[in-house]
Write a protein that binds this ligand. Sequence first.
Ligand code: NDP
Length: 483
Amino acid sequence: MKIPAKLANYINGKLQTPSNKKYFDNPNPSTGKSLCKIPASNEKDVSLAVKAAEKAFPAWSKTSSQERFKILNNIAELILKNLEDLALAESMDSGKPLWLSRSVDIPRAHQNFQFFATAQMQFASESHHMPGEAINYTLRQPIGVVGCISPWNLPLYLFTWKIAPALATGNCVVAKPSEITPCTAYLLGKICIQAGLPAGVLNIIHGMGADAGQAIVVHPKVKAISFTGGTVTGARIASLAAPKFKKLSLELGGKNPNIIFADCDFKKMLKTTVASSFGNNGQICLCGSRIYIEASIYEKFKRAFVKKVKQMKVGDPLAKDSNLGAISSMGHLEKILGHIEIAKEEGAKILYGGKQIKLKGKYKNGAYLEPTVLEGLDPSCRTNQEEIFGPVVTLTPFKNEKQAIALANSTAYGLSATVWTNDLNRAHRLGEELDAGIVWVNCWLKRDLRTPFGGVKNSGVGREGGWEALRFFTEPKNVCISY
Ligand code: NDP
């Protein structure tokens, strides 16, 4: 499975050229060279995709759960079979290390299909008895044609996290990956053909968010939108979809706190904090970019953390020993550098990093950045309030638990929080008090696909994962039968 010179849309079971025959370039961020051309699809292509999805819906929604399991599990197995090609495509497209896409992104895309293929077979509905009067039961019916839009940071991982439950519950899907990382979504289309997914059940449209993405959101026949991306885009999508009463699931940005108490297991905390700060170059919505450290261990933490960060190797994503690869695009690198400039103006002391890295040879035009550690900033400054979505963290000391909670909850976001403590009572207290959809205690990024996933405040609306996703993609109907 190789990336072709020109990607194609996957509409009505076939790979198709965009209706306007226009393409734009997709650079490999690790070299700056062109990786492939992407269809510049527009509302015409979306319209074709929605028509195909509508046509496929009656049959797909009536397919037995056993049959749906078979097809979705075929897709899961083919993802696994093509793991190496998919991992390489993901690495070249996003700049992330190959070891990372091979060990995390693609295995998780496989699990997403496998998980929802089986979950839909266990999905039961409710019944409410009114003794002597009536019985109510709840039908959970597929919605119809739904839209799935995903970002560039975990391309196939997040794309399949939406598509799999939507298909598993009998919906037909029109989906758009990010224009920054479209390659594995294209390859998924090819896999669906091989897996025997009926034509029109899944349609994948490539193109710009403002064109192809928005055309999916506003299409009157698209009944629900599942979106993961930035908060500003989420607000735009909500403003377009809400007046049309579409069902909405919005997984948005974060500015997650990582709270470290003096009583924690220091060694374990340090290792995990390096990962939660810089994993995937800090381009995971769950990365902890605000590190709050109990004052008594602040200096010890700072020394040990900076020492570890200095040892991180930034380089060729295909090399086994690169801890960090390229930033996802040159445009995003410039945005992160802009945030570092703001931090300097706000009085940040740079403990490490802060500069673009110029590699040599083939990689000289790649988008590389030093992992960056800042201190000395006011908790209310822009650097500590705005999502940077890059390898940039701030260190701030705190005096006591009350102050730590106040600092952690001081942003407009509420996606995840991490707490390091060996005090069980404190762990429970923080679990209750922190404004976040997920609170990790003494760990980070441990994910059980059955748990609810999502954020509070500006980090989103709704939950994905497990039954939550199956509920989102179905419409509950109460049938009341009188005695
Ligand atoms: P964007 O919001 O820029 O884009 C997300 C997706 O939306 C892309 O496919 C994009 O297309 C598309 N899009 C853009 N504009 C529109 C529009 N007007 N209508 C419909 N679709 C549109 O996010 P990024 O891709 O930059 O991803 C980074 C963001 O995602 C960060 O804020 C991060 O926190 C968040 N995120 C949240 C997660 C969560 O679970 N809460 C998980 C992962 C990331 P295109 O790329 O072509 O513009």
